[in-house]
Design a binder for this molecule. Structure first.
Ligand code: DX5
Ligand code: ZN
Length: 220
């Protein structure tokens, strides 16, 4: 299994974004995580296609797009054109989850399915064989810098078990409140893709990425 760091640019200093991103790439972060918020599914509004399109030109990192958007099916093609490689939608935001996943596939992208803290692990079961990744939210979506919800660890374990039962080589990404101090618990529960916003961009993004990568490599 591949262990991957996905720094969330939501926590970056946007006037320094180009430099800060580069430092994460140079130090081994394979993904770059984009938190797209629509002010409907979540209270806040972040950024959208033009920001991705601009970043796409200057990075080799996998563009990991987390759509916190109501009815994301409306925007999949736009994000594909803007350079997304992997698009994750929220189960709670879709009228038809299956159709939305199919749309991501039709656009030639990798598909992720995310669940909020109040959604049970079992809810993803019917879709596991159709997605590349499940994203477990370990905070309530909408803002960076929140405290990790401990119950998420059981949910990660349960989803890893469901995937194993179906013989699936599923990526499990975890997002929210992850720091060097608790990332081991998340990895040990069965996750392999780690989103970190504040823990990477608060301080020196190069050094923080390097420190995370040292831990991730212990699990390979
Ligand atoms: C929350 C976002 C997260 C967030 C993570 O809605 O999905 O990606 O930016 O931020 P930290 O790592 O600061 O909790
Ligand atoms: Zn996210």
């Amino acid at each position: 299994m591949n262990y991957i760091l996905a720094p969330s640019i939501l926590a970056a200093d946007f006037k320094e974004l180009g430099n800060e991103m580069k430092k994460t790439e140079e130090n081994g972060a394979e993904y770059l995580h984009f938190d797209v918020m629509d002010g409907m599914f979540v209270p806040s509004i972040s950024f959208g296609m033009p920001v991705l399109a601009s970043i796409h030109k200057v990075t080799n990192q996998v563009m990991d797009v987390h759509l916190m958007v109501q009815e994301p099916i409306r925007y999949i093609e736009d994000f594909q054109k803007a350079g997304a490689d992997l698009v994750t939608i929220h189960l709670e935001a879709c009228r038809d989850v299956k159709e939305t996943i199919e749309k991501i596939r039709l656009c030639g992208l990798k598909a992720g399915l995310s669940i909020c803290p109040e959604t049970e692990a079992e809810a993803v079961k019917p879709y596991l064989k159709d997605v590349d990744m499940v994203l477990v939210m370990s905070v309530h979506p909408g803002f960076g810098g929140q405290k990790f919800i401990k119950e998420s660890l059981d949910k990660i374990r349960k989803i890893r078990q469901l995937a194993d039962e179906q013989g699936l080589d599923l990526d499990i990404e975890v997002d929210g409140g992850i720091y060097l101090s608790n990332v081991r618990e998340v990895l040990e529960a069965g996750a392999n893709v780690i989103v970190a916003g504040s823990a990477v961009f608060g301080g020196d993004p190069g050094k923080n990425t390097k420190d995370f990568m040292e831990i991730l490599r212990e699990y390979e």
